[in-house]
Design a protein around this ligand. Structure first.
Ligand SMILES: Nc1ncnc2c1ncn2[C@@H]1O[C@H](COP(=O)(O)OP(=O)(O)OP(=O)(O)O)[C@@H](O)[C@H]1O
Ligand SMILES: C[C@@](O)(CCOP(=O)(O)OP(=O)(O)O)CC(=O)O
Length: 400
């Protein structure tokens, strides 16, 4: 008996221009375009195996080994239905193909990092789901076409269908057919962009992105200004900065947009706070680090950005990462030695400040304030993996 199964992995992405607000909550159509950097899935990834079999009774999905309910009309069900629909179109054109679109699927997925901790697991998760089903069904679909489906799982997931630097164009059609991800530049264009993720909290967060952004749409007048006047200009300017590999402009826009996203969260009624004292201290450190550079006639050397949670993501050219890790370690001692995937530190990383840094901009914190540091970089898009990587056993259930 033939086994119809495929495994894919997909990366996380962290936005520089934030998506925050929907004009259609069912189709997940945004109120503004957004732009992100795809992070290297060698470090952070979701891996998903999908199998279609005529003996399966219903569609089932396991996340990190635990079965999740596929609610009728819910986001998972929508993505699976849309991919089956595309498969059916392929089968109608070629009657020799097995009728996989009529079989139920079993799906097993794992994230190699904490789920729902503000590390964009929904983005990599839905991108991996779509990529694995597209591989199973052998769909002749481009990443942009697949992004239309991933978008209906979680908006930010549409951007994880590409590597490198990715825009989600908001589109204007009411059916959502033009609200999709496009590549601004592949990672090879600017491989020098690295990221340091400061995991401030790996707990489940208070206000989910989905409910938070809807409250913002309903109550924030500042959001209307952002949508109309700010984001369109920033999308153009940051795309140009990426094409020109202009880190100074990229950093300035990234920090401004993170600040404005948190400002519209604060402008929501009741207000939403995603950053905490640790997040704000990290902002102060990056601002001071940049000030020292500019005062010496140099340029901005790092950019912070925060999603719907307290974790910081610091983007910087690779050459600055050693100084940035030392800066963070100086204020945020770690329980475990810094994991150094790029070999920046021979004898182990220690806290240290650059010459001229005003140490008083933040107070030192205790062990655990920043729980973990993850050094990664811009990465590639979804990968189809070898059969040995499958997360489903021969019985069609998750492997232990
Ligand atoms: N590998 C996966 N496969 C399928 N669905 C996933 C996967 N990983 C996460 N999800 C879905 O995404 C949800 C978590 O999304 P949520 O938006 O709460 O957190 P997050 O993505 O970590 O944060 P944010 O999107 O705000 O950065 C999970 O509860 C699950 O439904
Ligand atoms: C702050 C953000 O990370 C918000 C992400 O929101 P989600 O994509 O998680 O929301 P849903 O579409 O409701 O699933 C900004 C961004 O990634 O652009």
């Amino acid at each position: 008996m033939a086994v119809y199964q495929a495994t894919a992995s997909a990366p996380v992405n962290i936005a520089c221009i934030k998506y925050w607000g929907k004009r259609d909550t069912k189709l997940i159509l945004p109120t503004n375009s957004s732009l992100s950097v795809t992070l290297d899935q060698d470090h952070l990834r979701s891996t998903t195996t999908s199998r279609a079999d005529s003996s399966f009774e219903k569609d089932r999905l396991w996340l990190n080994g635990v079965e999740e309910e596929i609610k009728e009309g819910g986001r998972l069900a929508t993505c699976i239905r849309e991919l089956k629909r595309l498969r059916k179109e392929v089968e109608e054109k070629d009657s020799s193909l097995p009728k996989l679109s009529s079989y139920a699927v079993h799906i097993s997925s794992r994230n190699n990092f904490p789920t729902a901790a503000g590390l964009a697991s929904s983005a990599s998760g839905f991108a991996a789901l779509v990529a694995s089903l597209a591989a199973l069904y052998q769909l002749p679909a481009s990443p942009s076409q697949l992004s239309l489906i991933a978008r209906q799982g979680s908006g930010s997931a549409c951007r994880s269908l590409f590597g490198g630097f990715v825009a989600w164009e908001m589109g204007s059609k009411s059916d959502g057919s033009d609200s999709l991800a496009v590549e601004i530049a592949p990672r090879e264009h600017w491989p020098d962009i690295h990221a340091l993720i400061c995991v401030v909290s790996d707990d489940k967060k208070g206000t989910s992105s989905t409910s938070g952004m809807q409250r913002t749409v309903e109550t924030s007048t500042l959001l209307q200004h952002r949508i109309k006047y700010v984001v369109p200009e920033r999308m153009k300017a940051i795309s140009a900065a990426i094409r020109a590999r202009d880190f100074e402009a990229f950093a300035r826009i990234t920090m401004q947009d993170s600040n404005q996203f948190h400002a519209v969260a604060l402008d929501t009624d009741p207000p939403i706070f995603y950053m905490n004292d640790v997040s704000r201290a990290i902002i102060a450190l990056i601002v001071e680090y940049n000030r020292v550079s500019v005062a010496a006639g140099g340029k901005l050397k790092a950019a912070y950005t925060y999603d719907a949670g307290p974790n910081a993501v610091i983007y910087a050219p690779k050459e600055n990462l050693k100084e940035i890790v030392e800066l963070i370690l100086n204020y945020f001692p770690q329980a475990e030695p810094f994991k150094d995937p790029f070999g920046l530190f021979g004898a182990g990383a220690q806290g240290k400040l650059v010459e001229g840094f005003n140490a008083a901009v933040a107070k030192p914190f205790g062990v655990g304030a920043v729980k973990n540091l993850i050094h990664t970089r811009v990465g590639d898009g979804p990968r189809v993996l070898a059969p040995e990587e499958a997360l489903l056993g021969p019985d069609g259930l998750p492997k232990a």
